[in-house]
Design a protein. Structure first.
Length: 87
């Protein structure tokens, strides 16, 4: 959604700026606008990748914590069962 909005704004500004410019200036402006849009897309993609990596790392850390807690609980339950059987 951000990308589409950025492209629409850039296209609108380019159209307004093109009114009294030479053809070379129009081409140069379009090149700059395209480069800016491409750079914005790269930054947005990088942010998405970073967000996904962070979420995956958090999920993995949570899974490790849960597994550790479950194993510790099982050891405690086993120790309690062994103590109960001895009495």
């Amino acid at each position: 959604m951000k990308i589409i909005t950025t492209l629409m704004i850039a296209a609108g500004l380019t159209a307004l700026a093109a009114c009294n410019q030479s053809p070379k200036e129009n081409v140069a402006d379009n090149i700059e606008a395209n480069a800016e849009n491409t750079a914005g897309n790269i930054e947005a993609n990088a942010a998405n990748v970073a967000d996904n990596l962070e979420a995956n790392a958090q999920n993995t850390a949570d899974a490790v914590r849960d597994a550790g807690n479950n194993t510790a609980d099982a050891v405690r339950d086993g120790a309690a069962a062994n103590t109960t059987n001895k009495n």
